[in-house]
Design a protein around this ligand. Structure first.
Ligand code: ATP
Ligand code: MG
Length: 563
C-alpha cells in the first residue's frame, strides 16, 4: 500500500481525551476515529488488524469444529422476552424507536431460537456454532477507546450438548482454543475462575490481561497462576496469635484518637493488636464487623456471609446504635450480631473502641468477652500477601477481560423450550455453553502490552503490514527506481509492504511515522547507501540497524520475520 495514496491520518500530539496507551496510539496511528462516545470507526490500517485477529479466532474456532454463522444485529424484541432478558439487560440494551426491535447485545437467544427449530435428536448433537459480529450495548461509561465501546465486535460461540459430560468437553475445547488464540496474538494473559475465584473447574472462567485501563481488580500469583477477582480472592495471612495469658479489660482515655494508626501511635502498639470495628445494616439490623488492624472489609464476601442486602451504617445511625461515633466503636457491650474476620480467631489482649467517644478498651479476649461471636473470611487481600495455593507473592492490579467461557446449562433451553429426544426417546433440554472474545479488545490489549515511547511495536502476526518501506527522496530518480523495485519485489514475494512514497514529507517525519505505526521491519532507501547498492534495515522492536545489499534484502527480511 502506498502511503501517498492512503488514508492514514497520523497525529503528532496525544489527543485530549485519550489516557490509556492503546487508545492514544490507535488514534495517533490513524487506525480509529471516534464518531460518538463509545462508537468508533476503524480506518483502513486499523481494520487490517481487526481482520487479522478475526482470522486467527476463525481458524482456532474451525479447528474445534465450530461452524461460522452470521446472525442479524437487529432482533425482534419478543424473542428476548422469552428468556426475560429485556428486563435483565435494562438500560444496557438499545431499543429501536419505531419498531418492536432491539439491537442485540449478545446472541444466546437467537442461537437458541435456531437450535430449537433444528436440533431435535441426540443424533444432532453436539454442535458448536459461532460468529464474529457486531454487538450493541449502551454502556454507562464507555471509555479507554475501543476497550469499552457501545458497539463492538465479538466472537461469540455456543455449544449444544446432550449431557453435562459433553458440555465439559465443549467447554474444554473452548478453553484450549482461547489459549491458542491469545498465544498466537502474543498476549500475556491469565485465567480467573469467575464464579468462585478458585483455580480450575468452575462453571465460568475469564481470560484477563493486566492493564491500567481495566475495570476489574484481581489478585494474581505469577508463580502458580492463581488468579481471582479481589471480590473473592483469598491469601495466606498470619492469624493473630493468642497470648498465653489474657489481660483484664480496661478502659483507656484516648482523646481525639479516631483511626487505627492514631490508636497505635497513642498507645505505642502494633496495628495487629487492634480490632477495627465497622457497622453494617443488613436487612434493617445492625451487624458489627471486626477486622484485624487496618484490614479492609470486603463487602462482596460480607454480603455472601450475611445474605440479603448490606450497607454501611450512616453517621447518625452509628451514634444511635452504639452511643459513639466512628472511631470509638467496639465489640464490648455492642447489642447485635458480631462477626470477626478469621484473622482474629480467638484472639486476646486486643484494643478496640469503647462505644463511648474518646475511649478505647484494652485487654479484650474475643473468646471470653464477646458472646456468640462468629468468624468468616471478610478481608480484602493486598499486594505482597502470600498466595493461598502455593505461598508465592500475590500481586493486586487492574485487569481487562478479553474473553469469557461459560457453562450456561439449560437456562436458555428451559426458558425458550429448546429440547431434544435422547436415546430412550425422552425429551430433555439441550445443555448449552456460551463463549465470547472481544475482537477490538484483543487488538487494544496487544498495543497495551507492545508499545514504547515512540509508538506501537507490532509482531508480524497482527501487524497491518510487515514492512515499512521508507524512501528518503522521491525526487531523485535512482531512489524512486530502487524503492519501486523493492516494493514490487517484496510484494510479489507475498510480504505486506507499506510504502512511504510521500514526495514532500521530510526524512525525520517519515521515521517518526514509521516508528509510530510500528511495522516490525523498516527498510530505508537513501541515495548515499544506494551508491553502494545498499539499503538500511531497522528492526522496530530492538532498534537494531544494519545495511543490506539489494540482492540479499528479500532473504534477510524473510529470515528476520521468521525468527
Ligand atoms: P465487561 O465486564 O468488561 O463489561 P462482559 O462481562 O460484559 O465484559 P461478556 O458479555 O462476557 O462481557 O462479553 C464477551 C466479551 O466481549 C468480553 O470478554 C469482552 O472481551 C468483550 N466486550 C464486552 N463488552 C464490551 C464492550 N463494551 N466493548 C468492547 N468489548 C466488550
Ligand atoms: Mg459488560
Amino acid at each position: 500500500m502506498r502511503l501517498s495514496k492512503s488514508f492514514v491520518p497520523t497525529l503528532k500530539e496525544v489527543p485530549n481525551d485519550a489516557v490509556v496507551a492503546s487508545h492514544v496510539y490507535m488514534l495517533r496511528a490513524g487506525m480509529i476515529r471516534m464518531l460518538s462516545a463509545g462508537i468508533y470507526s476503524f480506518l483502513p490500517l486499523g481494520y487490517r488488524v481487526i481482520k487479522k485477529v478475526s482470522q486467527i479466532i476463525r481458524e482456532e474456532m474451525d479447528a474445534i469444529g465450530g461452524q461460522e454463522f452470521h446472525l442479524p444485529g437487529l432482533n425482534p424484541r419478543e424473542i428476548w422476552e422469552e428468556s426475560n432478558r429485556v428486563e435483565a439487560f435494562g438500560d444496557t440494551m438499545f431499543h429501536v424507536k419505531n419498531r418492536d426491535y432491539i439491537l442485540a447485545p449478545t446472541h444466546e437467544e437467537i442461537m437458541t431460537f435456531h437450535a430449537r427449530n433444528v436440533l431435535k435428536s441426540y443424533k444432532d448433537l453436539p454442535q458448536i456454532w459461532y460468529q464474529i459480529q457486531t454487538k450493541f450495548r449502551n454502556e454507562a461509561r464507555p471509555r479507554s477507546g475501543v476497550i469499552r465501546g457501545r458497539q463492538f465486535l465479538m466472537k461469540d460461540s455456543y455449544s449444544f450438548d446432550a449431557t453435562w459430560q459433553e458440555l465439559d468437553k465443549s467447554y474444554k475445547l473452548h478453553d484450549e482454543a482461547y489459549r491458542k488464540i491469545f498465544d498466537r496474538c502474543d498476549l500475556k494473559y491469565f485465567v480467573v475462575g469467575a464464579s468462585s475465584g478458585a483455580m480450575g473447574g468452575t462453571g465460568s472462567e475469564e481470560f484477563m490481561v493486566k492493564s491500567d485501563a481495566g475495570e476489574d481488580t484481581v489478585a494474581h500469583c505469577d508463580k502458580c497462576g492463581y488468579a481471582a477477582n479481589v471480590e473473592v480472592a483469598q491469601s495466606k495471612i498470619q492469624q493473630k496469635n493468642r497470648a498465653e495469658k489474657s489481660l483484664d479489660l480496661k478502659e483507656i482515655s484516648t482523646p481525639n484518637v479516631k483511626s487505627i494508626d492514631e490508636l497505635c501511635a497513642f498507645l505505642k502498639i502494633d496495628e495487629t493488636e487492634c480490632a477495627k470495628s465497622r457497622v453494617y445494616i443488613n436487612d434493617d439490623k445492625p451487624v458489627l464487623i471486626l477486622m484485624c488492624g487496618n484490614d479492609e472489609v470486603n463487602e462482596t464476601k460480607l454480603e455472601k456471609v450475611l445474605g440479603g442486602k448490606i450497607r454501611p451504617a450512616h453517621t447518625d445511625e452509628l451514634k444511635e446504635i452504639t452511643g459513639a461515633d466512628a472511631g470509638s466503636i467496639g465489640p464490648i457491650n455492642f447489642r447485635g450480631r458480631i462477626i470477626a474476620d478469621n484473622r482474629l480467631h480467638d484472639a486476646n489482649n486486643l484494643y478496640s473502641g469503647a462505644n463511648k467517644n474518646d475511649f478505647h478498651i484494652g485487654g479484650i479476649d474475643l473468646k471470653r468477652d464477646v458472646k456468640n461471636l462468629e468468624y468468616a473470611d471478610l478481608r480484602i487481600v493486598r499486594s505482597g500477601e502470600s498466595c493461598p495455593t502455593c505461598g508465592g507473592k500475590l500481586e493486586v492490579f487492574s485487569a481487562i477481560e478479553l474473553g469469557h467461557i461459560f457453562k450456561l446449562g439449560t437456562k436458555y433451553s428451559d426458558s425458550m423450550g429448546a429440547n431434544f429426544l435422547d436415546e430412550s426417546g425422552k425429551e430433555n433440554p439441550i445443555i448449552m455453553g456460551s463463549y465470547g472474545i472481544g475482537v477490538e479488545r484483543v487488538m487494544a490489549c496487544y498495543i497495551e502490552q507492545h508499545h514504547d515511547d515512540n509508538g506501537i511495536v507490532w509482531d508480524k502476526t497482527l501487524a497491518p503490514f510487515q514492512i515499512s518501506l521508507i524512501s528518503l527522496n522521491m525526487k531523485k530518480q535512482e531512489v524512486i527506481d530502487a524503492s519501486e523495485k523493492i516494493y514490487s519485489d517484496l510484494t510479489a514475494s507475498g510480504l505486506e509492504v507499506l510504502f512511504d512514497d510521500r514526495v514532500d514529507a521530510q526524512a525525520g517525519f517519515k521515521f517518526k511515522d514509521a516508528d509510530l505505526l510500528g511495522m516490525p521491519i523498516q527498510i530505508i532507501v537513501g541515495d548515499k547507501k544506494l551508491k553502494e547498492n545498499k539499503v538500511e534495515v531497522k528492526i522496530r522492536k530492538t532498534n537494531e540497524r544494519f545495511d543490506s545489499n539489494l540482492s540479499e534484502l528479500s532473504g534477510k527480511v524473510t529470515e528476520i520475520l521468521n525468527r
